[in-house]
Design a protein around this ligand. Structure first.
Ligand code: AMP
Ligand code: MG
Length: 406
């Protein structure tokens, strides 16, 4: 048995980003930049006004109120060449218009009498005020986004501002999902005696998608060699393979043996984590194979703690672990030292601190507690039970958690 931390390190050391591709900026949200982005020009390209108002010489405005002659008008989109602010004069200017020669300040219209021929300024003027200076955001030649950056609306805005219609991103890995077991029937059929619906495939497909990858559903491998061989060979054609169930020490648990027969090299089996102990990890060539326990709660928790970080890494992401933060327990938690324990929690914020209560029965067979969990506590292997008032490390569970505010 290896530790939770060793298991994670082993996985993250073994996986690499898949290839890259160039895609249109419109498709790039949620993808990861695969090259540094270097500014081809200054942003902004020229000094321009930050306000609707008047372009002035600050030296003309030392005594307030002050009256200036209005000699021109510069709307947004005006080129501005040839327009000059002469001594004792002002040019009416709109937000975004290039500031004219001679001007070193813009006075917002709200601080004037809004005059057309002559304007009276009612507030003191500081040199440089309300001017956006050329290159003050990003100078030409500067790397403004590093390879590995997650592309969100702000990154899209900046890439668009620099005219970058096509962006190099990491390819989305294709992740094969294979369930195993004779008891499984596919969604759409009513389970007969001894049968259950193959819910793990659907849940894993959703989790794979939420992690930015493309799920490829392989179906069900039955509890015999031939079926496992056939389905696994198919699954190994993807960038990664996730199997569920058949990885414990039961008579019908064939996953690890068949993977070995197909040439996969097992890097570990059995991790000091509860739930999820029987998790195995192997490499088939460079293809990672995550063999998760079949109990749906264990499958989801081991996906969250081991597979999700790996899938993010395979997309070039650098921040692959959810950030941990402290929460105060409202109630005691039972735990034996020896394994990391993952506890499903609900969270509340009060007086600037997070407080946690159990999301329900923590037995691994209780799926409802998983549904109700907003966060997972990661309790270190060395620790025993916790008392109410103790602090624990937690991370949010899922990307769309809804927290009720009080
Ligand atoms: P196993 O590891 O094969 O012994 O399976 C562990 C438990 O998980 C058993 O109760 C299975 O019925 C259940 N299980 C296995 N595969 C799935 C699946 N695809 N969907 C839902 N439950 C499953
Ligand atoms: Mg089974």
């Amino acid at each position: 048995m290896i530790s939770f931390e060793e298991a994670r390190t082993t996985i993250l050391d073994a996986v690499e980003p898949v290839g890259t591709e160039r895609i249109h900026l419109l498709e790039a949200a949620g993808r990861v930049l695969a090259e540094d982005a270097v500014a081809p020009w200054d942003l902004p390209l020229w000094d321009n006004s930050a306000m609707d108002g008047y372009a002035v010489r600050s030296g003309d405005c030392t005594t307030i109120p002050c009256c200036l002659r209005v000699t021109g008008f510069l709307p947004a989109g005006a080129k501005g060449d040839g327009v000059v602010v002469e001594a004792g004069c002002a040019v009416r200017i709109m937000t975004g218009a290039p500031t004219p020669a001679g001007c070193d300040a813009v006075v917002p219209v709200e601080e004037t009498d809004d005059g057309q021929q002559e304007v009276t300024l009612c507030e003191p003027v500081t040199k440089g005020q309300h001017i956006r200076f050329r290159a003050e955001d990003v100078a030409s030649g500067v790397t403004f986004l590093r390879s590995g950056t997650l592309i969100r609306p702000p990154e899209i805005n900046m890439l668009a501002g620099f005219g970058m219609a096509l962006v190099p991103v990491y390819r989305r890995p294709i992740v094969a999902i294979l369930s195993t077991g004779d008891e499984l029937v596919e969604l759409g059929r009513t389970p007969g005696p001894g049968e259950i619906i193959n819910s793990n495939t659907l849940s894993l497909a959703a989790a794979v998608q939420e992690a930015g990858c493309i799920p490829r559903i392989i179906g069900i491998a039955r509890d015999n060699r031939e079926s496992h061989l056939e389905k696994m060979a198919e699954g190994l054609k993807a960038d990664a393979l996730i199997t569920s169930a058949g990885v414990s020490a039961g008579d019908c648990d064939l996953v690890r043996d068949i993977l070995e027969e197909l040439g996969a090299k097992q890097l570990f089996w059995k991790v000091g984590i509860k739930p999820g102990g029987p998790t195995a990890f192997a490499l088939h060539g460079a293809t990672p194979v995550f063999s998760l326990p079949g109990n749906p709660v264990s499958t989801m928790i081991t996906f969250e703690e081991f597979v999700r970080p790996a899938l993010l890494w395979m997309q070039g992401r650098r921040q692959v672990l959810r950030p941990l933060f402290k929460a105060v327990l409202r109630e005691p938690l039972k735990k034996k030292p020896g394994k990391v324990q993952i506890i499903r929690l609900r969270l509340e914020k009060e007086g600037g601190r997070w407080y946690a209560t159990s999301a329900g029965n923590q037995q691994t067979a209780i799926l409802k507690t998983m549904v109700d969990a907003q966060a997972l506590a990661v309790l270190p292997a060395a620790n025993g039970s916790y008392a109410a008032g103790d602090e624990v490390d937690v991370h949010f569970y899922g990307s769309h958690i809804e927290l009720e505010s009080k």
